[in-house]
Design a protein around this ligand. Structure first.
Ligand code: FE
Length: 191
């Protein structure tokens, strides 16, 4: 696959269809400048600000773009909100569609065939592999991303964080908790 991509890139650049410098800038942007901290800020704001949470539920694309996170692979965002009775898990069964503006580039496992097939067949087993065990009363809802719609999981706010600032809350939000394969960090005994 690497060789094929390199061969394609060489031909496209030789024909003048793509500018190698533009490609480098794109890759650098999503690999090193945009990452899951963007999504963590969205989640922390939703936890701290009821009006923002309401906006996120009604129009996630606009609410997320208001923080400056928009652009390719995030044009149409939907937020899937975890509750005590329902846990959300995001997959792209077809390939690797992922909300780049809020999470950066997808992890390798997200693109792997085993994750893509098993997330649908056996979501509880997949979660167990990630170290996440949910009560049997909690339904797991699986969202299949498409080229058009990208999902961000809104994890439940950890208990014991009632007085926390958005900045402090954002530190608890992990990448995996926004895909649904993880939970937020625990606030710790000092909270
Ligand atoms: Fe995809």
């Amino acid at each position: 696959m690497d060789l094929r991509v390199r061969a394609l890139e060489t031909v496209l650049a030789a024909k003048g269809y793509v500018d190698p410098a533009a490609l480098d800038a794109l890759i650098d942007t999503y690999q090193t400048r945009i990452g899951p901290r963007n999504g963590a800020r969205v989640v922390a704001k939703a936890w701290a600000d009821p009006a923002y949470l309401d906006w996120l539920r009604r129009d996630a694309s606009a609410a997320i773009a208001s923080l400056g996170y928009s652009g390719r692979q995030g044009e149409h965002m939907v937020v899937a909100e975890n509750t005590p009775d329902c846990h959300n898990l995001v997959v792209c069964t077809l390939c690797s569609c992922y909300p780049w503006p809020v999470l950066g580039l997808p992890p390798t496992w997200y693109k792997s065939a085993p994750y893509r097939s098993r997330a649908v067949r056996d979501p509880r087993g997949v979660l167990a592999d990630f170290g996440v065990t949910l009560p049997d009363t909690c339904t797991i809802r699986v969202w299949d991303s498409t080229a058009e719609v990208r999902y961000l999981v809104l994890p439940q706010r950890p208990a014991g964080t009632e007085d926390w600032t958005e900045e402090a809350l954002a530190v608890l939000v992990t990448r995996d908790s926004m895909i649904g394969t993880g939970l937020p960090r625990s606030p710790g005994p000092s909270a």
